[in-house]
Design a protein around this ligand. Structure first.
Ligand code: 1GP
Length: 244
């Protein structure tokens, strides 16, 4: 079954999903294996793999290690066109609709398209929206784009609506990895009430309580990365909070 069909089916049924974000740069092989084992035992729905900037050559090895040790689907969350692999199950084809940088809206996609077609990777067209979190994140700096102000719910809402009208299949609102504050429940609720495609939320989620709050506000998929790198024991608690 295609990954997007699973996401869509679960979202329509109101089943909350939990994605563990792995930045291939960060964990050692041992840390990665413990993250994988913990995820396998914690009902994790997806691994998202990618980062805004990779400084090591670990991308391929990271995906191979996950595929060898886990049956959880691997969904690429690419920061750039170097982060593509046919070993993955699907790829979030991110168009940065919160920004006005043409390269991130369509330019990189033109470069990636032939590779994706040749390798028959499942592509999930995703409206990617950066939301301001109080400090410049790697994602907003590297994408050369201004995030949507945290209190401008109307801008977020209209951007997400336009993304859906353009045919994008999911909306991913992200405060950025390691964000000081998460996206507000008010903004999540407002967007969720006005779109029909699955809503993915991430950035700065560090506790089971916060993950639950984000899911209750309307996230169909809650994404957590940073905090799990050194605290893989949190995976089970956050997973239970999201799925409850
Ligand atoms: C960032 O949404 C993800 O792109 C996850 O953020 O690493 O802060 O959990 P964290």
């Amino acid at each position: 079954m295609k990954i997007f069909s699973i996401i869509e089916e679960k979202s329509k049924a109101g089943k909350k999903q939990f994605a563990v974000l792995i930045d291939p740069d960060k964990p050692s092989d041992d840390e990665l294996l413990s993250l994988i084992n913990e995820s396998e035992n914690s009902n994790v729905d997806y691994f998202f793999v990618g980062g805004s900037l990779l400084t090591n050559d670990c991308f391929d090895r990271c995906i191979s290690l996950i595929k060898k040790n886990s049956s959880i689907p691997v969904v690429l969350f690419p920061g750039n066109t170097l982060q593509m692999s046919k070993k993955a199950d699907a790829l979030l084809f991110l168009s940065l609709i919160s920004g006005r940088n043409a390269e991130m809206l369509i330019g990189r996609h033109v470069i990636a398209a032939p590779y994706l077609k040749l390798n028959k990777l499942e592509v999930i067209p995703t409206g990617y929206m950066l939301i301001d979190s109080g400090k410049t994140t790697t994602a907003s700096y590297m994408s050369n784009s201004i995030p949507i102000p945290a209190d401008k719910t109307d801008i977020a809402l209209c951007t997400a609506m336009a993304g859906e009208m353009l045919g994008l299949k999911t909306i991913y609102m992200d405060a950025g990895s390691g964000a000081e504050s998460t996206i507000s429940s008010k903004m999540i609720e407002s967007v969720k009430n006005n779109i029909t495609v699955p809503l993915i939320i991430g950035g700065g989620i560090r506790t089971p309580e916060k993950a639950k709050e984000i899911a209750e506000a309307g996230a169909d998929i809650v994404v957590v990365g940073n905090i799990l790198e050194k605290n893989s024991n949190l995976i089970k608690r956050i997973s239970e909070a999201v799925h409850s």
